[in-house]
Design a protein around this ligand. Structure first.
Ligand code: HSE
Length: 297
């Protein structure tokens, strides 16, 4: 009647795949305790680590839980405790972790009426509350693990991709907050054909590289000529930090989700560690405080 779960952080976009690609971190995330109650309410009794609303209708976990229970026609009550370790507005899927965690835990306690993939639309309801936009590239990998691709939004078609075993992520989070809604408002609504051609070439290359575990191909494909040039202006020292990651041996580096976190992917944990140190060096003397994470995928 009670479950304690790990709610993973995620890196959306992964450079070339704006709104369609995402990956799940296996070491960075929140925890959540969900228990059945004797009434028909969804309550959030505790949030530790961040100042977030306890009101069910204003909380991403609460909204996702209500959407799922409504779909299932269930009147079972649940209480949720959230232990936040991911900072909201950091770009590693804080809201998605809570949204995905709530629907995953409730589905488990109800005897798994739905598959993980079928839970995605309900987690997206919570994500929409937090970011103002309907995107699945954080909640899908949080629910499915590894890399995932949103092939289509209408109808929703999400594919779990192969994840090479030696791939590690280094993430640096400069302590400024960039709201997803703001980071989306700087984007242009049309893309020149030439840039679109490069981008879909890279998406295909990256996915092929994941399946064939071809790290050189993964490296060649980790580019974003559409979103990164606009959003990087919101992130202090972006080019310096990215350049330091590449010089230290990263396969590629870019903005994590809508930022301000910057991620790099590396082959092997030792390289990921060196890359993380080099990225930290990029903020030396800048007065910008930062957090660093290294994680498998
Ligand atoms: N794909 C979304 C964006 C992810 O980049 O706006 C937000 O975390």
């Amino acid at each position: 009647n009670e479950i304690r779960i790990f709610c993973p952080a995620t890196i959306a976009n992964v450079s070339c795949g704006f709104d369609v690609l995402g990956l799940c971190l296996d070491k960075v995330g929140d925890e959540m305790v969900i228990r059945k109650t004797g009434n028909n309410q969804v309550t959030i009794s505790k949030i530790e680590g961040q100042d977030l609303p306890l009101d069910t209708e204003k909380n991403v976990a609460g909204v996702s839980a209500l959407a799922l229970l409504d779909h299932l026609g269930s009147t079972q009550g649940f209480d949720i405790e959230i232990y936040k370790k991911i900072k909201p507005g950091s770009g590693i899927g804080s809201s998605a972790a809570s949204a995905a965690g709530a629907v995953f835990g409730i589905n488990k306690l109800l005897g798994e009426p739905l598959s993980a993939r079928e839970l995605i639309p309900f987690a997206m309801e919570g994500e929409k509350l937090a970011s103002g936009s309907w995107h699945a590239d954080n909640v899908a990998p949080a629910l499915l693990g590894g890399f995932s691709l949103v092939r289509s939004y209408e109808p929703l078609d999400v594919i779990k991709l192969h994840t090479p075993g030696e791939l590690y992520a280094s993430i640096i989070h400069p302590q400024i907050e960039v709201k997803t809604a703001d980071a989306r408002s700087v984007l242009k609504h049309s893309v020149p054909l030439k840039k679109a051609i490069q981008q879909w070439g890279n998406v295909g290359g990256l996915i092929s590289g994941l399946y064939t575990e071809d790290y050189d191909l993964i490296s060649r494909s980790l580019h974003d000529g559409i979103i990164e040039p606009l959003r990087s202006l919101l992130i202090p020292r972006f080019s310096l930090v990215k350049g330091a990651a590449l010089e230290a041996g990263a396969l590629g580096s870019g903005i994590s989700g809508s930022g301000p976190s910057i991620f790099a992917l590396s082959r092997g944990e030792d390289t990921a560690q060196k890359v993380a140190e080099a990225m930290a060096g990029g903020y030396a003397g800048s007065g910008v405080d930062f957090d660093i994470h290294i994680s498998g995928i």
